[in-house]
Write a protein that binds this ligand. Structure first.
Ligand code: UDP
Length: 315
């Protein structure tokens, strides 16, 4: 039986990846330091005979024997990764060195979840993998985006120097059930605010764009990449349908039947103006593309947050 390590396994994506791979009869070792991960996300797996949880911070080495590593660990929401910026850099740099060392010793294939933030505030639109990005190296987002860029460098160098079997996924904005109420990102913020009939907080005028990928689509993309044998460089994974933040706010107000007003708050520094993935490589090489449209995904996510906030009329 294949033994798989998932770092950040109690997080939004990691926890659903644990469930998904357990269903595929894999033996799972999940690590998390519970900074932004939550035990609640994996509690239902505790009694599974092939699920093992290790409370561990990957900035320290980890000694386990595995066949594959999904290296997801790192807070991904700006409020969380900026809370302790130095720790975010350590997680990406030291954490990735530790996981690559583990992959090297055990000859495990390792997949790293990088980010669309490596493109910074992009001057090329939509963003193909070949674009090098437009990143502020000293800004508030740099602990995350430069951290992820160094981690990509490490992945490529361990491959070139030590022949480690690597995969790099550049994950664009992803949403869905299991996001934390306090995740701080736009979809969870807007849905929670709408359900509580509180004002929706648009940062800036709301003309900035993002492209939102539903969680199950993203997981399928990540797994397809892990199972692909000859891809080395980074691969964009995301939904190529682009929306403005104002459009998103209006849609969520409409779908929740909320009486919330929209208010505007200052735009955080270095907030990218436009973001949209060019997924032609993933389409061609993985035969993958997202299937869940925004409305369908939002419907499921709204239902999840209703239950989470105890607003479900059936309860
Ligand atoms: N945003 C917003 N209101 C919020 C949270 C975020 O208007 O309550 C904006 C944010 O400024 C950004 C976009 O929504 O332009 C996406 O933000 P998020 O934090 O979800 O992701 P990221 O900026 O990392 O893409």
């Amino acid at each position: 039986m294949e033994r798989i390590l998932i770092t950040g396994g109690a997080g939004f994506l990691g926890s659903q990846l644990c469930s998904f791979l357990l269903d595929q009869k894999k033996d799972i070792i999940c690590t998390d330091n519970f900074f932004s991960g939550d035990k609640e996300n994996i509690r239902h797996l505790f009694s599974h005979p092939y699920f093992e949880l290790i409370r561990h911070d990957i900035i320290h080495p980890l000694f386990v024997e595995v066949d594959k590593i999904y290296h997801l660990a790192c807070p991904a929401s700006p409020i969380h990764y900026q809370y302790n910026a130095i720790k975010t850099v350590k997680t990406n740099v030291m954490g990735t060195i530790n996981m690559l060392g583990l992959a090297k010793r055990t000859q495990a294939r390792i997949l790293f979840t990088s980010t669309s933030e490596v493109y910074g505030d992009p001057e090329v639109h939509p963003q193909p993998e070949a674009y090098w990005g437009h990143v502020n190296p000293i800004g508030l987002r740099s602990c995350y985006d430069e951290g992820k860029r160094v981690a990509e460098t490490l992945m490529m160098d361990y491959h070139r120097q030590n022949n480690v079997d690597i995969k790099i996924a550049r994950v664009f904005n992803t949403y869905g059930p299991k996001m934390a109420v306090k995740d701080g990102r736009v979809i969870s913020n807007f849905i929670v605010q709408a359900l509580k009939n509180e004002p929706l907080t648009i940062f800036g005028e709301g003309r900035q764009t993002r492209s939102f990928c539903y969680v199950t689509d993203m997981l399928q993309g990540i797994i397809a990449l892990m199972e692909q044998d000859d891809l080395r460089g980074p691969i964009n994974l995301g939904n190529p349908k682009e929306h403005t933040i104002l459009e998103l706010a209006k849609k969520i107000i409409h779908m929740t039947g909320s009486s919330s007003p929209i208010i505007h708050k200052p735009l955080p520094s270095d907030d990218p103006v436009r973001r949209c993935p060019d997924i032609s490589t993933a389409r061609k090489k993985l035969g993958w593309e997202p299937r869940v449209g925004l409305e369908e995904g939002l419907e499921k996510t709204i239902r999840y947050f209703k239950e989470k906030l105890n607003l479900n009329p059936r309860k």
